[in-house]
Design a protein. Structure first.
Length: 335
């Protein structure tokens, strides 16, 4: 089964071709970072317009790279939600129109399910069941994954997501958007131990997260300290250390509570080098396995949507209707 996957939930237009027998054939991605950088964050209307400009050329590109044609498609998958309503509508409209013209199914996919299943595209792939850490700009969740379509929420952030905390801290430190990579790069030049920031809910006894207080602590520290480059780097280092310690501790606790020995990490923050190092060290210490998607598949991409669609179709996912509707707010537990 050959599936064209389309991801347009926020500020990246991603398309991919996935064959259920041959695997991932091709994928292409256009990031809008440069366009939104001038505004310090994503401007929804600009994002939607740019998706319109990019989706057709990217579709042609992935077909050409794979040596396939539109008539070869067996289904078209798209991100149905969650995300920016206008951006989602671009992908949905294109996918459903193309599916109608080709007389093939259109498959609406949950954005986070795509992230959650993306490590299964790697050579080193987990078996079910496993615990998944979904950690991105908009989400920080721990899920128990029994199989495709069976997800149990174990804990989530009560306020800011980890990626959101990175973005806000970047602004406090005078760094450009996107904040996550900028803070991580600066943190690598800092000196550990100079500053000690709080670890919110580290010992709460549950699997919930909270990062808004950490961001406030950074703001207070920035106001009190000199604005030299060395100090900014040390603050970034302390901030990243706090985030990583909380995420690693909660992941270990989730594995212990579920009595599972496999952890999947997905989402943009999953590319963070210190987080991966912390989880790798914990896996050796605690005796569990940890799985990551390829770095190029950590950000939003069409490959994860096409792949998730192939798995969902195999498990009996019904095709979407042809009404141009999307779900900007959509709980993964409802999938």
């Amino acid at each position: 089964m050959l599936i064209l996957g389309i991801e347009s939930s926020c500020d990246e237009t991603g398309l991919a071709l996935y064959d259920s027998e041959a695997g991932l054939l091709s994928h292409a991605l256009h990031s809008q970072v440069a366009m939104h950088q001038a505004y310090g964050g994503v401007v929804p209307e600009l994002a939607s317009r740019d998706h319109i400009r990019r989706v057709v050329p990217l579709a042609r590109a992935v077909l050409a790279r794979a040596g396939r044609e539109l008539k070869d498609l067996d289904a078209v998958a798209f991100t149905e939600g969650p995300g920016l309503a206008g951006a989602l509508l671009v992908g949905a409209a294109f996918a459903k129109s193309l599916a109608f013209a080709l007389d093939v199914p259109a498959l609406g996919i949950h954005h986070l399910e795509g992230h959650l299943l993306s490590p299964l595209l790697s050579k080193h792939r987990p078996a079910f069941p496993f615990v998944a850490l979904l950690v991105s700009g908009g989400h920080t969740q721990l899920m128990r994954v029994t199989e495709v379509g069976q997800y149990e929420l174990l804990g989530e952030t009560l306020d800011d997501a980890a990626g959101e905390a990175f973005d806000k801290t970047a602004k406090l430190l005078g760094l450009d958007y996107p904040g996550g990579p900028a803070v991580s790069a600066l943190a690598e030049t800092g000196h550990p131990g100079r500053f000690k920031l709080p670890r919110p809910m580290l010992n709460s006894g549950d699997l919930e997260f909270s990062f808004s207080g950490l961001k406030t602590a950074v703001a207070m520290l920035v106001r009190k300290q000199p604005a030299d480059a060395s100090t900014r780097a040390d603050i970034a280092c302390a901030f990243q250390e706090a985030i990583v310690e909380v995420l690693v501790t909660k992941c270990v606790a989730a594995l212990q509570r579920t009595n599972l020995g496999r952890l999947v990490v997905a989402g943009g923050v999953g590319a963070n080098r210190q987080l991966r190092a912390g989880l790798d060290e914990a896996s050796r210490r605690e005796g569990f396995e940890v799985f990551y998607p390829e770095l190029e598949l950590c950000t939003d991409n069409g490959a994860m949507i096409a792949f998730a669609a192939a798995l969902r179709w195999k498990s009996g996912l019904p095709p979407a209707d042809l009404v141009f509707s999307v779900r900007p707010r959509w709980d993964l537990a409802e999938v």
